[in-house]
Design a protein around this ligand. Structure first.
Ligand SMILES: Cc1cc2nc3c(=O)[nH]c(=O)nc-3n(C[C@H](O)[C@H](O)[C@H](O)COP(=O)(O)O)c2cc1C
Length: 181
């Protein structure tokens, strides 16, 4: 199974991107995860659409989503909601034809505080649900206290690594069931 990881943070030392790299290491041998680039997308603007064609970075992201069997979103919350770069990427991918339709997906998130991005993940669930993304309900992955769990761009907390591994086992079964096409 080919999984596309989408991080809501553009930060080089992002804990959320590091969590996606941890997932890469936890995947069984016949699965792989690549991490999408979303930092070079222009801001969503319908004037940039030409006869159903999009700017090159948008076309690239849309093709990557189409080619993926499943998606994993890893995102911080910004002001209790979806970070703007991630919402921008989702909005581009949603333009006709919505490339998210039917894709199985999981959401994880890392923050410095106790809430572990819960306030960002619920609006993200709402948006992705409208786009017919098939979201894993449980387990939810709210990783708080990121400052104690990541070092040097790597997830170092063994309890969190074990929990991500359990989530992945559930997600891979779920994704295989709902995968279309
Ligand atoms: C604009 C902005 C808004 C933020 N709002 C929140 C917030 O509402 N709740 C929170 O827990 N952290 C908030 N943060 C802090 C981020 O969660 C923190 O920077 C975290 O490291 C982001 O994840 P990353 O390491 O993947 O970049 C905010 C950060 C920024 C830049």
């Amino acid at each position: 199974m080919h999984i596309l990881g989408i991080s809501g943070s553009l930060r080089k030392e992002s804990w959320n991107t590091a969590a996606l790299r941890a997932v890469q290491e936890l995947l069984p041998p016949d699965h792989n995860l690549t991490i999408a680039e979303i930092g070079d997308l222009p801001l969503i603007n319908q004037d940039l659409e030409r006869d159903g064609k999009f700017p090159a970075p948008v076309e690239r992201l849309r093709a990557e989503i189409l080619a993926a069997d499943a998606l994993i979103f890893a995102t911080p919350e910004y002001n209790a909601s979806i970070p703007a770069p991630l919402k921008n990427a989702i909005d581009w991918a949603s333009r006709p034809a919505n490339v998210f339709a039917g894709k199985p997906a999981a959401i994880i998130g890392v923050s410095g505080g106790l809430l572990g991005t819960a306030r960002g993940q619920y609006p993200l669930r709402q948006t992705l649900g409208v786009l017919n993304v098939q979201l894993l309900g449980q387990p939810e992955v709210f990783i708080g206290g990121g400052g104690q769990k990541f070092a040097g761009g790597k997830l170092t907390d063994q309890g969190t690594i074990d929990f991500l591994g359990k989530m992945l086992q559930t997600f891979l079964v779920f994704a295989a069931r709902v995968k279309i096409g």
